[in-house]
Write a protein that binds this ligand. Structure first.
Ligand SMILES: NC(=O)C1=CN([C@@H]2O[C@H](COP(=O)(O)OP(=O)(O)OC[C@H]3O[C@@H](n4cnc5c(N)ncnc54)[C@H](O)[C@@H]3O)[C@@H](O)[C@H]2O)C=CC1
Ligand SMILES: O=c1[nH]c(=O)c2[nH+]cn([C@@H]3O[C@H](COP(=O)(O)O)[C@@H](O)[C@H]3O)c2[nH]1
Ligand SMILES: [K+]
Length: 362
C-alpha cells in the first residue's frame, strides 16, 4: 500500500521573511562585536570566532581563502583534495590559521585513511568536516563514531541533513556541529534532478532547536546570496553559516580566470557534484549517476577582503537595527511578497505551495 502524506505546514526560505527592527542602545555600527564564543559538546573545545565559514568546495575552501579568512576571525572548511605535503607546507607558512580550519573528508575507507594521515602529520588542525551529499545514509552515524573515537579532541562538523531526527543521530554519534541544507546552494541542482529538498530557513528553525536541546551546534549550509540572508540564518538559530557562492570569483578562490571578448573578467565556479568536479577528481561521471551541480562563470571580484568588509558591515548593521548582539535577534516578519504575488495571480499556486512544503510516502 502506497500511503502518501502531505505536511500542510508552510515552510520558509530566506526571501519569505524580514527581520523586525527593535529599539537599540547601540550608537554606532562600530560598537558591534561579531565574535561569538562556543563550547563544543563532544570535542570539549572552546572557540571564539566570527561564525562564518568558507565552504569545502574546491573553488572556495582553498588554503589561500583560509589564510585570508583566519586573519579576520572567520573559519574555513578546507576542501578534501590537498595532499599531506600540501597540508604540511600550509601549516608551516600559516601556523596561526590552523585554529580556524577544519579538514574535509568523505566517508569512504580511502577518505578516512587520507584524513587520518593528514591529521597525524598536522595535528594542529582544529576540526574535521565529514561531508556527504546524503547525510541520511544508514552508515553515517557509525562513521562519525569511528572518527570521534580516533580524534576525541577535534571538533567534528557532520552533514548534510535537513530534519531534526537525524540531527539528533549525528550529535549522539559524536558530531559537535551538524551541517544542514539539501539543495539550496547557488550551484545546486539536486532539487531539480531528484525532487528532494527542504526550504532552508525552516531547516534552520527546526534543526537548531533539536541541536541546541542536546548541547550541539548547527551550521546552515547553502542558499545565502547576500549579507541579509546570513543575518536571517543566524537569527533563525544557526550557530554558523557556510558560504559558497558569496566567496566565489575572488583572488583567493579557485577556478579558472578568463577575460571575455568585451574585456570583463570572470572566474569559473561549480558544484562539487557537477560534471566539472567529477571529471576533475574522479575522471568521469559514473554510469549509474547524474550530475547534481552546475558550472557557472561569476564576475571576477578581486581581493576577498573587500567582500568580507561588505558582509561583516551588513551583519553589524543588523545588530544595530535589532538592538541585539549576533545570535540574539529572532523576530521575523513572514511577508513573502513573491509567494503572495503568485497566489494572487493563480489561486492554485496556494495549494501547490502548500503541497511543496513537505511530502513523504511510506
Ligand atoms: N548540500 C547539498 O544539497 C549537496 C551537496 N553536494 C556536495 O557535493 C559533494 C559531492 O557529492 P556526491 O558526488 O554525491 O558524493 P558524496 O560525497 O556524497 O559521496 C558518496 C559516495 O560516492 C562516492 N562517489 C562520489 N562520486 C563518485 C563517482 N563519480 N564514481 C564513483 N563513486 C563516487 C564517494 O566516494 C562516496 O563514497 C558532496 O560531498 C557535497 O559537498 C552534493 C549534492 C547535494
Ligand atoms: O546540490 C548540490 N550540488 C552540488 O554539486 C554542490 N556543491 C556544493 N553544494 C552545496 O552548496 C553549498 C554552497 O551553497 P551557496 O553557493 O549557496 O553558498 C555547499 O557548501 C554545498 O553544501 C552542492 N549542492
Ligand atoms: K558541502
Amino acid at each position: 500500500m502506497h500511503n502518501v502524506k502531505v505536511d500542510p505546514e508552510i515552510k520558509l526560505d530566506f526571501q519569505d521573511v524580514l527581520i523586525r527592527p527593535r529599539r537599540s542602545k547601540l550608537k554606532s555600527r562600530a560598537e558591534v562585536d561579531l565574535f561569538c564564543e562556543y563550547n563544543f559538546k563532544n570535542s570539549k573545545k572552546t572557540v571564539k570566532c566570527i561564525p562564518l565559514v568558507a565552504s569545502n568546495m574546491d573553488t572556495i575552501g582553498t588554503f589561500e581563502m583560509a589564510a585570508a579568512l583566519s586573519k579576520q576571525g572567520l573559519m574555513t572548511a578546507v576542501h578534501k583534495y590537498y595532499s599531506v605535503e600540501e597540508w604540511k607546507s600550509f601549516a608551516q607558512a600559516y601556523p596561526e590559521a590552523l585554529n580556524s580550519v577544519t579538514i574535509s573528508s568523505g566517508t569512504s575507507d580511502e577518505d578516512i585513511k587520507r584524513l587520518s594521515s593528514i591529521l597525524q602529520e598536522v595535528p594542529g588542525i582544529s576540526g574535521i568536516t565529514l561531508d556527504i551529499a546524503n547525510g541520511y545514509q544508514d552508515s553515517f552515524p557509525d562513521t562519525i563514531s569511528r572518527v570521534r573515537d580516533d580524534f576525541p579532541n577535534h571538533t567534528i562538523v557532520a552533514g548534510n541533513v535537513v530534519t531534526g531526527e537525524v540531527v539528533e543521530d549525528l550529535i549522539r554519534a559524536g558530531a559537535d556541529i551538524v551541517k544542514v541544507g539539501l539543495g539550496p546552494g547557488s550551484v545546486c541542482i539536486t532539487r531539480i534532478k531528484t525532487g528532494v529538498g527542504y526550504p532552508q530557513l525552516s531547516v534552520v528553525l527546526e534543526c537548531s532547536e533539536v541541536a541546541h536541546e542536546l548541547g550541539g551546534h548547527l551550521m546552515a549550509d547553502g542558499g545565502c546570496t547576500c549579507p541579509g540572508d546570513i543575518a536571517k540564518a543566524i537569527g533563525g538559530g544557526a550557530d554558523f553559516v557556510m558560504m559558497g557562492g558569496m566567496l566565489a570569483g575572488h583572488d583567493q578562490s579557485g577556478g579558472e580566470l578568463r577575460t571575455k571578448e568585451d574585456g570583463t573578467k570572470v572566474k569559473t565556479f561549480y558544484g562539487m557534484s557537477s560534471e566539472t568536479a567529477m571529471s576533475k577528481h574522479v575522471g568521469q561521471v559514473a554510469s549509474y549517476r547524474t550530475a547534481e551541480g552546475k558550472s557557472v562563470e561569476v564576475p571576477y571580484r578581486g581581493d576577498v577582503n573587500e567582500t568580507l568588509q561588505d558582509i561583516l558591515g551588513g551583519l553589524r548593521s543588523t545588530c544595530t537595527y535589532t538592538g541585539a548582539p549576533l545570535r540574539k535577534f529572532s523576530f521575523f516578519l513572514h511577508y513573502s511578497s513573491k509567494y503572495y504575488q503568485d497566489c494572487k495571480e493563480d489561486p492554485n499556486i496556494m495549494i501547490r505551495a502548500r503541497l511543496f512544503a513537505s511530502c513523504y510516502a511510506d
